[in-house]
Write a protein that binds this ligand. Structure first.
Ligand SMILES: Nc1ncnc2c1ncn2[C@@H]1O[C@H](COP(=O)(O)OP(=O)(O)O)[C@@H](O)[C@H]1O
Ligand SMILES: [Mg+2]
Length: 252
């Protein structure tokens, strides 16, 4: 469904991603795992059109999705909940959830319909009640995360990208977000799930990619590597080299 090929990105001296190739299959939760600084958010930003790679290509439905900015990715059906909680603090929860949607489909959705729409989106995965009229900035961080997720889900994306959004969530919300992710995958969509928590990885992933220092050290179906092997692959100063562990993973 989505293939990235030989993608690299550097920021000055820092190599954030180097020759990254990953095949993503529709109908899966594809987890991208890696330590802080391994390049996960850079990958997310490239797949959102916010960051343009220095080289490499992105193929979606076998067609090149050229770097034309966030709009091209939105129109192709990508939506992202970013790691940094990006909300308009003084605007209502409803406004934040529908941000960017009003102008996209219709000039103005009537007030009552807007609230119904925002409530319906939240109801798909949020368990904590959220006041739709409250300024988003007045909410607890966990609730703000849910609003950010709702903004992505409101677009009904074919590719939903979640960058470490579950860390701040309450237990009930986290479980229900996981159920929502599974339902999305069962519906033939792609969920790209960024985390560094092994428990979440093993519970949810169909496919797993491990990034280490901007490189893919393994990518493929869950079950190819054990949790212990994945942790070793992630570790910046592991006893074994990534190449040695990759060999071990490949040959069992
Ligand atoms: N805008 C930026 N300017 C300079 N360096 C950056 C920028 N964004 C990311 N980096 C660097 O690129 C590397 C990868 O970062 P990032 O993709 O955020 O990793 P992760 O999400 O896995 O923690 C890090 O060394 C980070 O400091
Ligand atoms: Mg990150």
């Amino acid at each position: 469904m989505l293939t990235i090929r030989n993608v690299s990105k550097h920021y000055g001296e820092t190599i954030a991603l180097s020759g990254v190739s990953i095949p993503f299959r529709s109908g899966t939760i594809h987890t991208v795992l890696g330590e802080n600084g391994s390049g996960k958010s850079t990958l997310v930003k490239i797949l959102s059109g916010i960051v343009t790679p220095d080289q490499g290509e992105i193929l979606f439905d076998d067609k090149p999705l050229r770097a034309r900015g966030p709009r091209a990715f939105q129109e192709a059906g990508f939506a992202t909940a970013f790691q940094e909680v990006l909300i308009a603090p003084d605007r209502s929860v409803t406004d934040n959830i529908l941000l960017g949607l009003d102008g996209m489909f219709t000039r103005r959705i009537p007030r009552a319909a807007r609230e119904d729409r925002a409530a319906a989106v939240l109801a798909r995965f949020a368990r904590t009640p959220i006041d739709l009229n409250a300024p988003a900035g007045s909410l607890a961080l966990a609730a703000q995360q849910l609003v950010v997720l709702a903004r992505a889900v409101a677009r009904d994306p074919r590719v939903l990208i979640l960058d470490e959004i579950t860390a701040a969530l309450d237990f009930a919300d986290r479980e229900s977000v996981f159920d929502f992710m599974k339902a999305q995958a069962a519906d033939g969509r792609l969920v790209i799930f960024i985390t560094h928590r092994m428990d979440e990885v093993m519970a949810l992933s169909d496919d797993i990619t491990v990034l280490r220092s901007g490189r893919v050290v393994t990518t493929g179906p869950r079950g190819t590597a054990t949790p212990q092997q994945l942790l070793q692959l992630m570790a910046p100063q592991g006893a074994a080299t990534p190449e040695a562990i990759s060999e071990e993973v490949r040959h069992g």
